[in-house]
Design a protein around this ligand. Structure first.
Ligand code: PEP
Ligand code: MN
Length: 300
């Protein structure tokens, strides 16, 4: 007997697609994530200066982004690496929103910083290293801002869904999951991109799901290919690192696209996104019918 997905993920019932087939759509400014429109989030790994951030914001906006990413508080693999500009970066992000209309996503690393980051950001990012910090998740949830929950680098899908459930349990339904690569025995790339995980989550989980091809591979040459794979797997959007001069970036330069590369990738992705938009609608119609007939197996 095949065990249903509901049984396998019984601990986190509220994040699963129920018999109604309804999905969560997170509203941000004047658009929605997880609905019909594919969402591009792009920007630098770290906010470095006003000039850098404004140039990036205008460039990614011109090329289809809806959300500007930029680290203000940076969790780094090395304690000696650049740790971010903090509140100064938050102010620059807010200025970029004013100038471009882009929504802002930025990471919050500690519970005490939640009110400050929530004052400036439209979406709070919980980074890979913090995915299982439940006190942080609870505080972030209570801010009322949508939460971009990045998969822990050693977290299973069940672990990620448990963290999402904690956010829902604290009164915040607007969780956006993010596949950013996991650690495996493979070391050729920075991480291993779990595209099957995206496909699975789009079948069983009601939450929007985005792909981060930058952190998943750690190499700018691979970013466009992983972006295509993310779209084909069913993701609702992408989050991509962009920098005007990646070789001079204060963090994650190796995986950041320069302006020409980002523009080229966005043009090349257009037919893939168009195909995805049509396919997502058909898929939903199918699931809806199926859910009505066999509620228990609705996610099959
Ligand atoms: C980032 O988005 O720059 C980042 C640090 O991501 P992650 O938490 O996935 O490593
Ligand atoms: Mn980064």
């Amino acid at each position: 007997m095949r065990v249903s997905w509901q049984e396998r993920f019984a601990e986190t019932p509220d994040v699963l697609i129920g018999a109604s087939g309804h999905r969560t759509v997170a509203r941000v400014l004047d658009f929605a994530i997880g609905g019909e429109e594919f969402t591009i989030m792009a920007g630098p790994c770290s906010v470095e200066s006003e000039g850098q951030l404004m140039a990036i914001a205008h460039h990614v906006r011109r090329n289809g982004a809806r959300v500007l990413r930029g680290g203000a508080f940076k969790p780094r693999s090395s304690p000696y690496a650049f740790q971010g500009l903090g509140v100064e970066a938050l102010k620059l992000l807010a200025k970029a929103r004013e100038e471009t209309g882009l929504a802002i996503v930025t990471e919050v690393m500690s519970e005490e910083d939640v009110p400050l980051v929530a004052e400036y950001a439209d979406i709070l990012q919980i980074g890979s290293r913090s995915m299982e910090n439940f006190t942080l998740l609870e505080a972030a949830a209570r801010s009322g801002r949508p939460i971009l929950l990045k998969r822990g680098m050693v977290a299973t899908i069940a672990d990620m869904l448990r963290s999402a459930q904690v956010i829902l349990d604290n009164g915040n339904p607007n969780v956006i999951l993010c596949e950013r690569g996991i650690r495996t025995f493979e070391t050729a790339l920075r991480n291993t991109f779990d595209s099957a995980g995206i496909a699975l989550l789009k079948q069983i989980c009601r939450l929007p799901m985005i792909a981060d091809p930058s952190h998943a591979c750690g190499d700018r040459d691979l970013v466009p290919a992983l972006a295509r794979i993310g779209i084909a797997a069913g993701a609702d959007g992408l989050i991509v690192e962009v920098h005007p001069n990646p070789d001079k970036a204060l963090s994650d330069g190796e995986q950041s696209l320069d302006f020409a590369e980002f523009e080229f990738m966005m043009t090349a992705l257009e037919p893939w996104i168009a195909l995805r938009n049509g396919a997502a609608r058909e898929d939903d119609a199918y699931r809806h019918d199926f859910a009505g007939i066999h509620p228990v197996e609705a996610v099959g």
